[in-house]
Write a protein that binds this ligand. Structure first.
Ligand code: PEP
Ligand code: MG
Length: 568
């Protein structure tokens, strides 16, 4: 049994699909029959070509001509003498294996392009390298190691997954996953949760202990994985899985009941989404709107920026389908663990403290304006709100609002309709924002607490680092004090305050959050019934007493003791 971090509930039992890190170590191997090696190389080229033609066909169907053109460039690289001829010559001259020759040629090409002081050419070098790797995979017999070509249901085991890998799983046959690294509130974990894929992260070296085709059990509640379990264990876990499914079904019954406390306080339960396709699940789980639409996912798995039109279409679909409810669109929050290719930024040493979210948007106002225009145009189709991520002080809020005003003015000038009354809110997820929340609230229509980042930044605990997960403590007195401060600032200014971080989805803290005065919770749609069940079982008066009691305690052991007592 291997202990990791529980990232997404549920039990998965299946075969391992090991998503290896992409570095192949190719040993030098001398050969006698160079003709045979050259024909192996040609056949690998050919297989790669056929594979690319198939992928191009798929891209044509799904993404249209423009994006499919990218594959023409790859096909040209395959035919280029740089890879083809040089490798053949090296096999013939040095009498080495095809894979070794190709690897040498690829390294040479990469080095050559790296030395050119031009970003464009550097990238072309990487393209040639990537095409070379595909050929290498065939030579090494490692074809089909990509998520998009899965033929049966599998459990993906990987050193690391990026949010874009996870989003690719949406359409694939992935029933669970386990990773060496990662924390509970990493975006990969959040995605797994909303896709309802059981997941355990932060297992440190699971990829070294496992091979393709091994049997594995993922227990996403306990945060454990079991390799090659015996039949009795498998049987037990199948039973656990049935219980989990039955509980989920039971929770579904709450879907159409109101989220109301025993003493009649209504609570607004809304959903977090990453992509418009989630709306079905949002409505299914009984959400009263969308409190956080993470729009940065529109930028993932592609090289170009999404156009205004594309963004407009996505926002329009969400706005329309969610009527009569409202949708809070968060402006681009790239950076941190959500890295995309468009900005071509060099890797940062501390990405979570770097050019992230609103900082990136203020540095690239044209990109920001395109998104704001798309949101404003879509605002006539439903009830949209705008929310800025990672605001750290009033200056950033004013700058963002100034840009928004410019966009509005431009639209008015062009007689393009939008909702003139659109509300604009601020995420409170940086400690400095929480400390000046009384100032920020004056110039915003609402606040939404992003506890994932607020906790990370307040406690100095990297949310994606498995080594410090034990220090990531939502009930730290400092966090409770910040939450109280934010809610009170909202109350005083007559503005509503929501919470959209993962803390809002944790039923063990719902009572405290209600006691602190929170009345809107936004979370992955699947979590809504669980939170609703807690809400429907308590009185506000009791929640206030609990919050007061907890706030009077100074250490975490005492807090946990009190909470445990209340559970009984
Ligand atoms: C948060 O930080 O709590 C939040 C909701 O935003 P994200 O998880 O996308 O950083
Ligand atoms: Mg955040």
């Amino acid at each position: 049994m291997h202990k990791g971090i529980a990232a997404s509930s549920g039990i998965a039992i299946g075969c391992v699909f090991l998503l290896e890190e992409d570095d192949f170590i190719v040993q030098k191997r001398e050969i006698i029959d160079e003709k045979f090696e050259i024909s192996r190389f040609r056949s690998a080229l050919n297989k790669t070509k056929q594979e690319m033609i198939q992928t191009k066909k798929k891209a044509l169907q799904r993404l249209g001509k423009k994006h499919a053109r990218l594959f023409d460039a790859y096909l040209l690289i395959l035919d280029d003498t740089m890879l083809r001829q040089d490798t053949i010559e090296m096999i013939a001259k040095n009498k080495v294996s095809a894979e070794y020759a190709l690897q040498q040629v690829m390294e040479k090409v990469l080095l050559f392009f790296k030395e050119i002081d031009d970003e464009y050419f550097k990238e072309r070098g990487q393209d040639i390298y990537n095409v070379g790797r595909k050929v290498l995979r065939h030579l090494l017999g490692r074809e089909k190691k990509v998520l998009s070509q899965l033929e049966s249901q599998v459990i993906v085991v990987a050193h690391n997954l990026t949010p874009s890998d996870t989003i690719a799983m949406r359409e694939e046959k992935v029933i669970g996953f386990a990773t060496d690294i990662g924390g509970k509130t990493s975006h990969v974990a959040i995605m797994a949760h909303s896709l309802e894929i059981p997941a355990v992260v932060g297992l440190k070296d699971i990829t070294k202990k496992i091979k393709n085709g091994d049997m594995i059990i993922i227990d996403g509640d306990q945060g454990i994985v079991i390799l090659n379990p015996d039949p009795v264990t498998i049987e037990n876990y199948y039973r656990k899985q049935q219980i989990f499914i039955a509980e989920e079904k039971d929770l579904e019954k709450l879907k159409d009941l109101p989220a109301i406390t025993l003493d009649g306080q209504e609570i607004n339960l809304v959903a977090n989404i990453e992509v418009p396709e989630e709306i079905k699940s949002v409505l299914f789980h009984g959400a009263n709107g969308i409190g956080l639409y993470r729009t940065e996912y529109l930028y993932m798995n592609r090289k170009d920026f999404p156009t205004e039109e594309e963004q407009y279409e996505s926002y329009k679909v969400v706005a329309k389908n969610m009527l009569p409810y409202s949708v809070t669109i968060r402006t681009l929050d790239l950076g941190g663990d959500k890295v995309t290719q468009q900005f071509k930024l060099a890797p940062e040493r501390n990405p979570f403290l770097g050019l992230r979210a609103i900082r990136l948007c203020l540095k690239y106002p044209d990109i920001f304006k395109t998104q704001l225009r798309a949101i404003l145009r879509a605002s006539t189709e439903g009830k949209l709100k705008i929310m800025y991520p990672m605001i750290s002080g009033i200056e950033e809020l004013r700058q963002a609002n100034m840009i928004l005003e410019e966009v509005k003015k431009d639209l008015r000038g062009k007689r393009i309709d939008f909702d003139n009354e659109i509300e604009v809110g601020v995420m409170i997820e940086v400690p400095s924002a929480a400390l000046v929340v009384d100032v920020l609230v004056q110039e915003s229509d609402f606040l939404s607490i992003g506890t994932n980042d607020l906790i990370q930044y307040s406690l100095a605990v990297d949310r994606v680092n498995e080594n410090v997960t034990n220090l990531y403590n939502p009930l730290h007195l400092s966090i409770l004090r910040l939450l109280k401060r934010i809610v009170q600032a909202g109350e005083k200014a007559g503005k509503w305050v929501a919470m959209c971080g993962e803390m809002a989805a944790d039923p063990s803290v719902t009572t405290i959050l209600l006691g602190l005065g929170l009345r809107e919770f936004s979370m992955s749609a699947v979590s809504i019934p669980k939170i609703k069940r807690v809400i429907r079982s308590i009185k506000i008066k009791e929640t206030k007493q609990l919050a007061d009691e907890i706030m009077g305690l100074s250490d975490n052991c005492q807090i946990k003791k009190v909470l445990r007592k209340k559970e009984v």
